[in-house]
Design a binder for this molecule. Structure first.
Ligand code: NAG
Ligand code: NAG
Ligand code: NAG
Ligand code: NAG
Ligand code: NAG
Ligand code: NAG
Ligand code: NAG
Length: 294
């Protein structure tokens, strides 16, 4: 009697196990994960994934979350709102949630600059997001910065260069004493700082309309609202260039496609360099942050 019951349990157990194995097998074979959607970002696909997507979809380094119908990206100690994922040029554009209020009095919530992304000298190729994109132009490949810094300064005296240092006064109400300015700069360099001024806050923008000399503070606020782009090109490169370690991968700005070019040994046989060039010309092509403040 007891035997029968145990046999039955065993059979039920085995059927369950076989079903489980088949189910996971099926999941693994359905490599084409459906694209995910959250709020206005309707096309979330590889390498990106949403937190609650099936485990085999996307890459965990590129995980996004969906909070109250907004796609969010956790970046360092901050939480940014995703504005666009560009699969055409391998960038993602995010905005600091602090500037999203519809008034120019809103300020970025986080202090974020180039130095959060790298040590300021060489590019960290294992990080999921880079501040530069390796692009091939007519003149040859180079690292192109994807953003400008918006630097908020508090100064003990008024600053006269009104084109460069824009008064935030009509918009922003600061707690501290002194004269508050905002300026747009490529790097956070000592040269950008005036004597008697301190850096209050730094944020980023990829809105190139600020290139003009006569930006108002409203322009800067609009630029922050546009957000900043980061590159995930190196992820795409690892999957597209076959022998990724022996290939140089860049974004061809004419064809708007990834381009894999073979690398050759330099004349001392130590390093891999672009074929037909010397090692020094290539090292010099790396972006460097001179006189960095922090
Ligand atoms: C989520 O956002 C999308 C796009 O902005 C909108 O169409 C949809 O109605 C929103 N859903 C909810 C539940 O708020
Ligand atoms: C979504 O992204 C994939 C690439 O991952 C692309 O092939 C497809 O055309 C995109 N769809 C839309 C609606 O943008
Ligand atoms: C960026 O680095 C600065 C200085 O180390 C730090 O105070 C700030 O919190 C970092 N930003 C984010 C978003 O983690
Ligand atoms: C990437 O593509 C988006 C959408 O087409 C565009 O707005 C953005 O400027 C491009 N970024 C770069 C670095 O080419
Ligand atoms: C971009 O690609 C085109 C077509 O493959 C090629 O002719 C051109 O030389 C490439 N541009 C650069 C700067 O490498
Ligand atoms: C800038 O603000 C800080 C903190 O509020 C204050 O300690 C400092 O004295 C200010 N600097 C100037 C130059 O006003
Ligand atoms: C900005 O102003 C400087 C001097 O005030 C001038 O040399 C430069 O050409 C101007 N740049 C633009 C883009 O107008």
């Amino acid at each position: 009697m007891v035997m029968w019951r145990e046999m039955l349990l065993l059979v039920i157990f085995l059927v369950f196990v076989v079903q489980q194995i088949c189910a996971t097998h099926e999941q693994e074979h359905s490599m084409d994960c459906p694209t995910s959607s959250c709020g206005k970002i309707t096309n979330i696909s590889r390498p990106f994934r949403l937190k609650r997507d099936p485990i085999h979809c996307g890459d965990s380094k590129y995980e996004l979350d969906c909070e109250n119908n907004v796609t969010v990206l956790y970046l360092f100690s901050g939480k940014y709102h995703v504005q666009a994922i560009n699969y055409n040029n391998f960038t993602i554009r995010v905005v600091d949630p602090g500037v999203e209020e519809p008034s120019c009095s809103s300020l970025p919530r986080y202090f974020l600059s180039e130095s959060n992304f790298s040590d300021g000298y060489f590019i960290d190729v294992v990080a999921p997001y880079l501040s530069y994109q390796y692009q091939s132009h007519q003149s040859g490949p180079e690292w192109n910065s994807l953003w400008k810094h918006i630097i908020y300064l508090n100064c003990s005296h008024p600053v006269s260069e009104k084109n460069k240092y824009v008064n935030t006064a009509p918009c922003v109400k600061w707690q501290s004493k002194g004269y508050m300015y905002a300026t747009a700069a490529d790097y956070l360099t000592a040269a950008e700082l005036k004597v008697g001024c301190g850096v209050k806050l730094v944020s980023l923008t990829s809105w190139w309309g600020l290139d003009a000399n006569e930006s108002s503070y409203t322009d800067m606020n609009r630029a922050l609202l546009y957000g900043f782009e980061m590159s995930w090109l190196h992820f795409a490169c690892d999957h597209q260039c076959r022998k990724s370690s022996d290939d140089e991968c860049s974004f061809n700005t004419s064809t708007l496609k990834l381009q894999c070019a073979p690398l050759c040994q330099d004349k001392f046989g130590i390093l891999l360099v672009r074929c037909g060039t010397g090692i020094w010309s290539q090292l010099l092509a790396y972006p460097q942050c001179k006189d960095c403040v922090s």
